[in-house]
Ligand binder design. Structure first.
Ligand SMILES: [Zn+2]
Length: 298
């Protein structure tokens, strides 16, 4: 598998509003971790009358930092890329303090997330639902929504024409590939969303986590290839008869701690669902198995 040229040298000043381009500021929440990298980057669009994109996790100190950074300005819109707990939960708190309306694709899809339930924000409900291509207009900015399911089925990116830039949420990041976890996540949708984004003309993408992406088309091509390579590995294992989640995990994720087994198996399930979706694998139950373990055949 060809390595992706990741950029990891990002050490944000937590809780501080930083201008990243004219009319775009960022403030990073102090919630670093394996899925959030350096932390959730909340973006502020405009000057004076502003939009806040992804207020972040339920961290009152982050909301306080946003508000003190915006002293003397007015928050007119709260915009959410998707309903994961590092992006949407602080929306209501920010709304209580500012009165701004909350804009997003919709609540989290009504699917059982099982072991990953902790990562989804079931309480989130936008005041205004936003569809693909819709334009949200502020005083001195316009954001066009782009529906990009895959990482999360309600994921939106936002293009800002004033700045030749696009806010890409968790669709792309410079330091890691995002996790795609069924049932809400889908690799087929994710690859389609990446292909759609590769047709965009904006030259800078701002991800929620980590550094800006200055050559998005190149990174998108590498991300698509990375997914397809992973799927080929899974297909290769299936054709050798390694065909249960546990055995695939033992083969393809050799050195991970047991705390990551469930996540690794869900990632594998996403690849298997993709192969099924493409008609390249089928699911069957081992007849003699006590546990009725699923098997996949190519
Ligand atoms: Zn995130």
């Amino acid at each position: 598998m060809e390595a992706i040229d990741f950029q990891t040298d990002f050490s944000p000043r937590y809780g501080e509003l930083v201008e990243v381009a004219p009319g775009i500021r960022r403030i990073v929440a102090n919630n670093p971790g394996p899925f959030t990298g350096p932390g959730t980057g909340t973006y502020i669009v405009g000057n004076g009358e502003v939009a806040v994109i992804d207020p972040g996790p339920m961290m009152p100190e982050h909301v306080e930092a946003i508000l003190s950074g915006l002293k003397g300005e007015h928050v007119s819109h709260i915009i959410v890329t998707h309903t994961h707990t590092d992006h949407s939960p602080a929306s209501r708190l920010l709304q209580q303090k500012t009165g701004a309306g909350i804009f997003a694709f919709g609540p989290h899809a009504d699917l059982d997330a099982g072991a990953l339930e902790g990562g989804v924000d079931r309480d989130f409900k936008p005041d205004f639902t936003v569809v693909d291509s819709e334009v949200i207009e502020g005083k001195d900015w316009q954001l066009q929504a782009i529906h990009t399911p895959g990482h999360c089925s309600n994921h939106l990116c936002f293009a800002i024409s004033e700045a030749d830039a696009l806010f890409c949420g968790d669709q792309l990041m410079a330091w890691a590939t995002p996790v795609i976890l069924p049932p809400d996540g889908s690799i087929a949708d994710y690859i389609n969303s990446l292909k759609h984004l590769s047709t965009r003309a904006e030259s800078t993408f701002y991800p929620t986590h980590g550094l800006p992406i200055e050559n998005p088309k190149k990174l998108i091509a590498a991300f698509i290839q990375h997914r397809l390579d992973r799927i080929e590995q899974v297909k290769g294992a299936l054709s050798q008869g390694v065909n249960t989640l546990t055995n695939l995990r033992k083969l393809l994720y050799k050195d991970i701690p047991s705390s990551l087994y469930a996540g690794a198996e869900l990632s594998l399930l996403a690849s298997l669902e993709y192969l099924e979706h493409q008609g390249l694998a089928a699911k069957t139950v081992e007849p003699s198995s006590q546990s009725q373990q699923w098997q996949w055949i190519v």
